[in-house]
Design a protein around this ligand. Structure first.
Ligand SMILES: *Cc1c(COP(=O)(O)O)cnc(C)c1O
Length: 391
């Protein structure tokens, strides 16, 4: 369990202060305020085993520890682990399981998670069932003796469905299942799954946590010490760790998470409202609308509604959606999300290209769907860009 340098307990600090100080200490060597980039694979020992807590950087590295503590503090957990990517973090969670075990996951899932589950872990005998998780009875009906883990993504990508983490956690607890939540879209600024009953929080820190589109990093946070030991063992054994330079950059990004998220939410709201009134838009997905089917759940478990928005233009097709995304000038056409700059994506051909068309259309990821990651630029400039792209 990590410790904070200040005398106030970490539970007492409010979120914005935690973003800057949570789990952090001035460096022991020279008092450096930002943790140095310990670009080293190994550590001198005075006698075999005589070290200062670090032996070899696959097991632990001080810069990575600083990041792991920061994320654990923000999620109000006790133990953090940083990985070389979000996928490596998910991979570590799935390695808690063995052949014959079953996982129930959100049906509207990040494409890479779907690919990892179906393409890699099914080969090792882990089975995956999918549920939209809006109907708790339906979710309970999928549970059997082999079920071990529930994997939740909320808001979902790219459909922005909101899953009631507390309700799912109640069912998971009744059946003694682990509950893991991919908190990439919301970040701990908007929602903290451990406080709602989840056992594991996962992040693609590549996105909002790091926030500057300059690293690929993943993270896990848990409260339970036994579970933490198992995950540290997997992290060290499989080795999908985050390097010191990327740990440093992610930590640097986290220090402004609260300020960035506030602006992402404000800009997201302005753009969602602009699109809602746009004559060329058929459907728009954003949980902040009162008419969004899961708005009440979103209001209860999230502090704001974020900057991720998906929409379908009227009469849109695969080809017309591609034409529109090519026309953006300020929004960059790119994979990924959560950076300071605005991005636009075409899920059917990009992030969700690895999901069979039939499977993805069942969840609403139609050919004409366009996804925005609204950045923190001046919102007037972003709206002007949308305006010209939709003409
Ligand atoms: C990007 C993403 C991932 C995968 O993370 P990487 O850092 O790209 O490996 C997982 N879940 C969600 C929701 C994501 O957006």
């Amino acid at each position: 369990m990590y410790e904070d340098s200040f005398s106030m307990s970490k539970k007492e600090l409010k979120f914005n202060s935690k973003a800057i100080h949570g789990g952090q200490h001035p460096d022991k060597a020279y008092g450096a305020v930002m943790p140095p980039i310990y670009q080293t694979s190994t550590y001198a020992q005075s006698t075999p085993g005589g070290h200062k807590g670090y032996e070899y950087s696959r097991g632990a590295n001080p810069t990575r520890t600083a990041l792991e503590n920061a994320v654990a503090s923000l999620e109000n957990g006790n133990f953090g682990m940083a990985f070389g990517s979000g996928m490596a973090a998910i991979d570590a969670v799935m390695k808690l399981l063995g052949p014959g075990d079953e996982v129930i996951c959100t049906s509207d899932l990040y494409g890479g998670s779907y690919r990892l589950f179906k393409g890699v872990f099914e080969k090792f005998g882990v089975r995956f069932r999918f549920s939209d998780m809006t109907d708790m009875q339906e979710l309970a009906s999928q549970i059997n003796r082999n079920t071990k883990l529930v994997w939740v993504e909320t808001p979902t990508n790219p459909m922005m469905n909101i899953i009631d983490i507390k309700a799912v956690s109640k069912i998971a607890k009744e059946h003694e299942l682990l509950l893991a939540v991919d908190n990439t879209f919301a970040t701990p600024y908007l929602q903290r799954p451990l406080e709602l009953g989840a056992d594991i929080v996962m992040h693609s820190a590549t996105k909002y946590l790091a926030g500057h589109s300059d690293v690929v990093v993943g993270a896990l946070v848990v409260r339970d010490e036994k579970l933490a030991e198992q995950l540290y063992f997997i992290q060290k054994s499989s080795g999908g760790i985050c390097g010191p330079m990327d740990s440093f950059l992610t930590l640097r990004g986290i220090k402004t998470l609260h300020v960035r998220m506030q602006r992402h939410c404000e800009n997201g709201e302005s753009i969602a409202k602009y699109l809602e009134n746009h004559p060329k838009i058929d459907t728009i997905y954003w949980p902040g609308f009162e008419w969004h089917p899961n708005h009440e759940v979103a209001k209860n478990q999230m502090r704001g509604f974020g900057g991720m928005i998906s929409f379908v233009p009227k009469g849109g097709s695969y080809e017309s959606a591609i034409k529109i995304v090519e026309k953006f000038q300020l929004f960059t056409l790119a994979e990924s999300l959560g950076g300071v700059e605005s991005l636009v994506g075409h899920p059917a051909s990009m992030s969700h290209g690895s999901i069979p068309k039939e499977e993805r259309e069942k969840n609403g990821v139609v050919d004409a769907l366009i996804r925005l990651s609204v950045g923190i630029e001046d919102v007037e400039d972003l709206i002007a860009d949308l305006d010209q792209a939709l003409k």
